[in-house]
Design a protein around this ligand. Structure first.
Ligand SMILES: [Zn+2]
Ligand SMILES: [Zn+2]
Length: 420
C-alpha cells in the first residue's frame, strides 16, 4: 500500500497548498525493523506503550534502540487525559530527544501531547487498525472531564507493521472500521455547512475521504476472514483519512455528528462511564445519526418549514450539564455556529440538503457492515440505556463549535419527530 506524501503536497484545486507534517509512512510486514535507521540521529529515545502493546511492539522496539527508556503504562483504565499524561511524564526522566508511540489511539494521544509540550518529534507504531487519528496533528483528550482537542504534533514517520496490527484483538479492528465509516456523516456535515453557510470546503480532501471509504468497502469480505492484505487496506484507509485531517488543518473532514455523540458520552454528563473503544462509540453514534439524517431527508423532500430561532438552548444546557462542564460548554458555543444561518437559505436549499443526507448509507447498510466485522451497533452494546437516545441527539451538537446537520435540524419544524 503506497501513499505518496509528495503528491498530496502539490497545490490543490481548492486554491490552497495543504500542509503535511508526516515525512513518510509504511504499511508492510516487518515495518518496525526500519526504526533504528530512522532514529540514528537521536541519542535518547523513549518508547511509550501500555502493558498490552508492550508485548505486541514496545518490547521489540525497545530492544532495537540502545539508550532507550521504555515507558510501560498500565493498560487498565488508561485514557488520554491528565492522569495518562502524568503517568507517562513521571517515568520520562531522561530528557528524551524523540518519542516512539507503540500502541493504539490512547497511547498516541498521550505521546503526541507530551511531544508537543517538550517540542520534540515522535514516531508512530500503531499496534491496531483501530482509529484514523495516528497521523493527526491534534490530540483528543479529556481534560478535567471536558472532551477537548489540543494542539499537538504529527508523527514524523508511521511504521505500520502488518505482523503487529493484524494480530490485534478483533474488537479493535472493528473499531477502526467504525471510525472510518463515521466519515460518511462527517462529510455530510461538512458539505451541508458549506451549502448553507459557505464554509470552506476542499473537494480534493473530500475525495481522499471517499477513497478511504471505498477502499474499506472493497476489503470487507476479506477483512472478515482475517486476510493480512485486508488489514493493510483498512490501515491504508485510516492513514489516508488522518492525512486528510492534516491537510484540512483540523478534524472537519473526519469528525461530525457521530463523533460529537461519542464525545458527549465520554463527558459523562447524562450517562455514567462508557467502557468502550473510540471507534465503538463512534459506530453507535453513526447509526443514530444516519437514522436521523435519512428521516430528515424525507421530511425535507416533502417540503418542511422552519421554526423561529434565537440562540443556543441555554436553559436546556443548564439543566442537563453538571456545573463543572457547563462553563466549558457555554464557552464552546460562543459564537453560535448557527447565528448566520437564515430561514430563507434553509428553505431554498431543502432539496440539496436532502441530497447530501441521502448520500449517507442507510442505517441497515451500515449496521450490516459492522455486523460483518463483528462490531458493536446499539447503545445497549456499549452499556448505554436506549432512553438516553433523544437527549444524546439533542445535546451532542453542543460539545463542539462546529456546524453539523444534527444541529441544523433544530431549525426545522420536524426536528422533534426525527429525534424522538
Ligand atoms: Zn484543497
Ligand atoms: Zn475518530
Amino acid at each position: 500500500m503506497e501513499i505518496s506524501i509528495e503528491s498530496l503536497k502539490a497545490p490543490c484545486i481548492c486554491g490552497k497548498t495543504h500542509p503535511l507534517f508526516v515525512n513518510d509512512l509504511w504499511i508492510e510486514s516487518g515495518a518496525l525493523r526500519r526504526l533504528p535507521e530512522l532514529l540514528h540521529a537521536y541519542h535518547s529515545p523513549a518508547v511509550i506503550c501500555d502493558e498490552n502493546t508492550y508485548a505486541a511492539a514496545g518490547k521489540t522496539a525497545c530492544a532495537m534502540l540502545p539508550n532507550c527508556v521504555c515507558i510501560k503504562l498500565p493498560a487498565r483504565n488508561l485514557h488520554a487525559n491528565e492522569r495518562g499524561v502524568a503517568l507517562a511524564k513521571e517515568q520520562l526522566k531522561n530528557a528524551p530527544d524523540i518519542l516512539v508511540a507503540a500502541g493504539s489511539g490512547t497511547v498516541h494521544d498521550i505521546t503526541r501531547f507530551i511531544a508537543h509540550e517538550k517540542g520534540i518529534p515522535f514516531i508512530s507504531v500503531p499496534t491496531a487498525a483501530s482509529v484514523d487519528g495516528f497521523v493527526s496533528t491534534v490530540a483528543a483528550m479529556t481534560w478535567e472531564g471536558f472532551k477537548k482537542t489540543f494542539s499537538a504534533v504529527s508523527p514524523l514517520y508511521v511504521l505500520a507493521d502488518t505482523d503487529i496490527f493484524s494480530k490485534a484483538p478483533q474488537c479493535l479492528t472493528a473499531s477502526g472500521v467504525a471510525d472510518l465509516l463515521g466519515k460518511y456523516t462527517a462529510l455530510a456535515d461538512w458539505k451541508a455547512s458549506h451549502l448553507l453557510t459557505g464554509e470552506y470546503i476542499c473537494p480534493h480532501i473530500c475525495e481522499l475521504e471517499d477513497k478511504a471509504l471505498q477502499t474499506l468497502r472493497g476489503c470487507l469480505p476479506e477483512l472478515a476472514k482475517g486476510s493480512k492484505e485486508a488489514y493493510e487496506t483498512l490501515m491504508y484507509g485510516l492513514l489516508l483519512s488522518g492525512l486528510a485531517m492534516q491537510m484540512a488543518g483540523n478534524s472537519r473532514p473526519a469528525s461530525g455528528a457521530e463523533h460529537h455523540l461519542s464525545h458527549l458520552w465520554e463527558m459523562e454528563a447524562i450517562n455514567s462511564y462508557v467502557d468502550a473503544y473510540h471507534g465503538q462509540k463512534v459506530g453507535v453514534g453513526l447509526l443514530l445519526a444516519a437514522d436521523v439524517y435519512h428521516r430528515a431527508a424525507k421530511k425535507l423532500r416533502a417540503g418542511a418549514g422552519t421554526v423561529p430561532y434565537h440562540s443556543i438552548e441555554t436553559a436546556l444546557l443548564k439543566e442537563k450539564f453538571p456545573e463543572h462542564l457547563l462553563h466549558s460548554i457555554l464557552k464552546e458555543n460562543d459564537p453560535d455556529p448557527m447565528a448566520n444561518l437564515t430561514d430563507e437559505t434553509l428553505l431554498a436549499k431543502e432539496t440539496e440538503l436532502a441530497d447530501i443526507l441521502d448520500a449517507v448509507p442507510t442505517t441497515a447498510e451500515l449496521s450490516a457492515i459492522l455486523e460483518q466485522v463483528g462490531g458493536v451497533r446499539t447503545m445497549a452494546d456499549i452499556g448505554l440505556d436506549a432512553s438516553l437516545r433523544t437527549d444524546s441527539l439533542r445535546l451532542s451538537p453542543y460539545v463542539r463549535n462546529r456546524l453539523t446537520v444534527m444541529r441544523i435540524l433544530k431549525r426545522f419544524d420536524f426536528y422533534e419527530e426525527v429525534i424522538s
